[in-house]
Structure formats: C-alpha cells, structure tokens
Design a protein around this ligand. Sequence first.
Ligand code: NAD
Length: 352
Amino acid sequence: MPPFLHETRTCRVRLENGCWADLPGELDRLGVSRILVVTTPRGSDAAADLVEALGAGVAGVFDRAKVHVPSDTAEAALGEAQQAGADVLVAPGGGSAIGVAKAVAMETALPIVALPTTYSGSEMTSVWGITGEDGKRTGRSAAAAPRVVLYDPSRTLSLPPRLSALSGMNAVAHAVEALYAPDRSPLSCLLAEEGIRTMARFLPRVVDDPVDVEARTGALCGAHLCGWALDLTSMGLQHKLAHVIGGSLHLPHALVHAILLPHVVAYNEGAAPEAMDRIAGALEGERAAPALFELNRTLGITDTLEDLGLTPGDLDRAAEMAVRQSYPNPARVHRVGVQRLLQDAWEGRRPC
Ligand code: NAD
C-alpha cells in the first residue's frame, strides 16, 4: 500500500425498499422547497407518481436528459432551473439523468438529490462530464456531488436485464481501476473489492429474475460501493479507452466498458499483482482477466468491438488517442500493446 491521503465529503445515503416515499422529509432536512426534476424521457414515465406525490413543490420537470450530457442539453436544463426558480435538483434515473443534474449544479451550486435506477454509480461521485463539438470533457467538482442519495430497490425492477448487466459492469470497471489507482487508500480498496464481490454475487440473479427484490437490493449496494471507490481514486487505461471509443465514435458507454474490461485487466496484469489478486478473489476465480470475461458471459454480454461496427482503422485511431494523453495506469501505455488489446476485444478473444 502506497502512502495515502483520504478526504471525506458529506453525502447522506439511504438504501431501503420504498424509501423514495420519504423524499419530502429529505427535502425538508435540506431546507429546500422548489424542485426541478431532472430525468430522461423514459424516466419521466417512471417518475410520474413521484412528481404527483411532491405536488406543488415541483417547480419544473426537465425530462430531456441524454447520455454523455450534450452541452445544449445541459444549457436547456440550466434554463429550466433558472426559469423555475429551483432550489434543489431531484434526479430519478441513471448516470444520464444524474449527469445533467450535475451540469446544472456546477453552474448554480444547487444541491442534488439522486434517486438512482441503474448501477453505474454516478450518484456517488463528484465526477462530471459534458459533451460538446470538441468531444467529451470530464472533471471533478464538489458542486457536482449529490448531497443525498436514495436507493429504492422497488423502483429498479423495470430496468431491463441487459441494461442492468451493462450498467453493473460499468460499476465493476470503476472498482477494478480503483484497486490499482496510484491514489488508492485502505478505504477505497475495501470499497472496490467488496463492490466487485457484491456485483458478481447479485448481478447474475438480477439478469435471471429482474423482479427479485433481494438481488436488486444487492446490486444497488454494489453500485454504491463501486461508485464510491471511483469517487476516491483516479481512473486509468480502461476509462480512457472507454471514453475515447464511446465518446468519439458515439457508442454505448456501458457496453464499451464491459467489452474492454477483461482485456485492459490482462494488459495490466503483470504491473498490478496485488490488485489482480483482490479482483480474482472477489470473483472467486484464479486470475482476474479470465474471471471478468466469464462474468460478462454469465450476464449474457458476448459482444465484441467488431459487433459494435468498429473497423480496424477505428482501432488504430483509438490506440493513437489513448497513448497521446497522459493518465495514471500501472502498465506503461504504448501503442503496440494497446492495439493488441483492442484487437483482442474486437475478436472477443478470451484472455488466457
Ligand atoms: P442511463 O442513465 O443512460 O440509462 C440507460 C437507459 O435506461 C436510459 O434510457 C434510461 O431512461 C433507462 N432507465 C434508467 N432506469 C430505468 C428503469 N428503472 N427502468 C427502465 N428504464 C430505465 O445509464 P447509465 O449507464 O446509468 O448512465 C450512463 C451515463 O452515465 C454515461 O453518460 C456515463 O458517462 C455516465 N456515468 C457517469 C459517472 C460519473 O461518476 N460521473 C459514472 C458512471 C457513468
């Protein structure tokens, strides 16, 4: 374990079946009363009863949140918040809804109450992202971090098995990279390892039986742990490649993460032995990379980069972009190695 510096920020987190019903009490605790609900078009149907229950407290509903937070979407949501005179942002949904709320909070310092319905873990982080014409910019800001997180398993039963599996593997990718991050701490490693273990235990059950409330509860707990680990650490090659491929080629973020993860872990294997042991142990496998590949298969994720329509030329461009920037990664990032990694992910080869 390297020397570490750990900072704690305040976030009130509750996980309990039915806890969204206590949202009015949570808003009272924050001393706020003019709510802007921020969600995706699909989320607005799911949140309709919530909006009804909040009654006159709802000053506006912005239901056009989109994945990767396009800058015009962020601006439109900011306009709604200002027009409504909102003093709080309530975001039911996944990383897309919460991401748009974060973009508004950065401009307004309004508190966010996150009501997560996927497993990608964004609710636990101060990480923001906004996509403009020049690609996706990301950063960290205390203003973007939700102040309250309410995990209500009963509100996640409608999340389709495929989206459950993919957003869950996105969370596992956070935890994997947290385990070899240069700024890891004893706490972040515990969160990450337990997050992977919890996801591996409950995600397959969610996929088999989407209305298994106990499995949904476990998967939300896994998302909480993995997201928190992401908040405490810097991400490496996995997140850089997912960003480059997902952002520049407009491919589904979580699926790109899931496809890449076993191959990035194979790439880093020799340079992060302690992390690899912890990942393999959490997955009850002998080695981390094949165990992650098997977890994908168990969840029905058999896709390859070729299935996503990437061409060999795209792989070259992605490798070039990934080596052009600098970021922490246990193994040295070099073009030939990254190209080989991407080729394996393109073919869907099992890491050996
Ligand atoms: P998402 O929010 O994009 O949701 C995926 C789809 O599922 C959407 O159509 C949504 O409407 C639908 N959905 C959500 N909950 C549902 C439910 N209960 N029932 C039915 N449908 C439901 O998915 P995501 O994977 O959570 O988020 C992806 C975005 O989050 C990306 O932009 C990614 O970059 C970002 N992200 C950010 C962080 C961070 O810390 N900032 C972390 C992880 C992901």
